[in-house]
Design a protein around this ligand. Structure first.
Ligand code: DAH
Length: 370
């Protein structure tokens, strides 16, 4: 324990006496500072010396006040000097020991604030991968609204008014649309195909676009269904696009996505907006097209050796009638289009058997994609 310094009252104001008092005070602050080891005692030390009310430096003002008038300037000079010296020492101690106030103290030995780095969602990643394959073929990415009108989702894509796809069984309509004319009724788009029309309204031919995003259907969730899922749509319009272009483009894209060993197969199908229409299959890259995995049947391809990947076809001339004034004359141009489900492709690529895993937000699942 250091004996605590007390500010003496001065009666002798000779330079020698002043020098001695100053020296004593500085020796005292040194000695007390040396004893300060913790931030608590540092605070007491600081208050003792610097507090405005009753601190030692405040008390030292008394020296000035009590000094005879003619030597006040001399005393004042020394007192000021002394204050600077004391402040310097207290400040030095503060840095050595750390700030006194606990709320501002920094303990560098504590672990820092961790901000967990997220991972790209497997669906986003798959989508990006598909987009990149087509970007290299000159396709640009366009966007369209998720809340869509009946006109873009159905009518301009050549769906007849009584087509079953318009039924509320499949389509989620917004509430209170009954008063509107059919084509203006709002719904959650059931596919990304309306972006075809929206883009052709804005940009004349030739065109090579991709539209990626969320779509909705009134399907209860299970291992292979979800009321919300993701599609990628493609459209290529030019003066002489053929079914051969469609096959070549998609065959290349599937090899880029699933490996050069996969084969593609096209089977006739029907979509209102394409004629002819097809479903494209890729040879199962899980069982190598054999339909078996050792003794077990291959589940992803249901033993067939083929996996259905997308719908496609040559754009029906009726669709161009809706954008004819923008330069899409069915006599002069032709086009192919395709649409694929991203979620299913992601499931196949990552070997998952439950679609719901993508949407449950379970970190134990999502963290595996870091
Ligand atoms: N829109 C279709 C669907 O959701 C997929 C599709 C099929 C898109 C053929 C196309 C196409 O562009 O040509 O099932």
């Amino acid at each position: 324990m250091v004996a605590l310094y007390k500010v003496p009252k001065l009666s002798d104001f000779s330079p020698q006496a002043l020098d001695r008092h100053v020296a004593e005070l500085l020796a005292a602050v040194e000695a007390e500072a040396a004893a300060v080891k913790t931030s608590d005692t540092r605070k007491a030390f600081r208050d003792r010396w610097l507090a405005r009310k009753g601190g030692i430096l405040t008390q030292v003002n008394e020296w000035l006040r009590s000094a005879p008038k003619d030597i006040k300037p001399e005393v004042g000079r020394r007192v000021n000097q002394l204050k600077l010296e004391v402040e310097k020492r207290v400040e030095f101690k503060a840095q050595q020991v750390g700030k006194a106030a606990p709320e501002s103290s920094i303990d560098i030995s504590l672990p820092g604030i961790r901000r967990p780095i997220g991972a790209e969602h497997p669906i986003t990643r798959t989508m990006e991968e598909i987009v990149q394959v087509f970007a290299r073929l000159g396709y640009s990415l366009v966007e369209g609204p998720i809340v869509e009108s009946d006109y873009y989702n159905f009518e301009a894509l050549n769906f007849p008014l009584d087509h079953p796809a318009r039924d509320t069984q499949d389509t989620l309509f917004l509430a209170n649309q009954e008063g509107k004319p059919a084509r203006e009724r709002l719904l959650l788009r059931t596919h990304t195909s309306p972006v075809q029309i929206r883009t052709m309204e804005k940009v004349g031919p030739p065109l090579r676009i991709l539209a990626a995003g969320k779509v909705h259907r009134n399907d209860p969730p299970d291992a292979s269904h979800s009321p919300m899922f993701h599609q990628i749509e493609g459209l290529a319009v030019d003066s002489d696009i053929t079914f051969g272009d469609l096959k070549g483009t998609l065959d290349h894209a599937m090899k880029a996505l699933f490996g050069s060993q996969v084969k593609t197969s096209f089977r006739p199908s029907f979509f209102p907006f394409t004629e002819p229409s097809a479903e494209m299959f890729v040879s199962c890259f899980i069982c190598g097209g054999t339909g078996r995995r050792g003794e077990e049947p291959c589940r992803p391809c249901k033993r067939t050796g083929w996996i259905e990947i997308l719908g496609c076809g040559m754009v029906d001339p009726n669709v161009f009638e809706f954008v004819k004034q923008r330069g899409y004359d069915p006599e002069k141009i032709s086009a192919f289009a395709f649409g694929m489900g991203v979620d299913r492709i992601a499931m196949l690529k990552f070997g998952l058997d439950d679609l719901q895993l993508f949407f449950q937000g379970d970190l134990r699942f999502l963290e595996q994609f870091k």
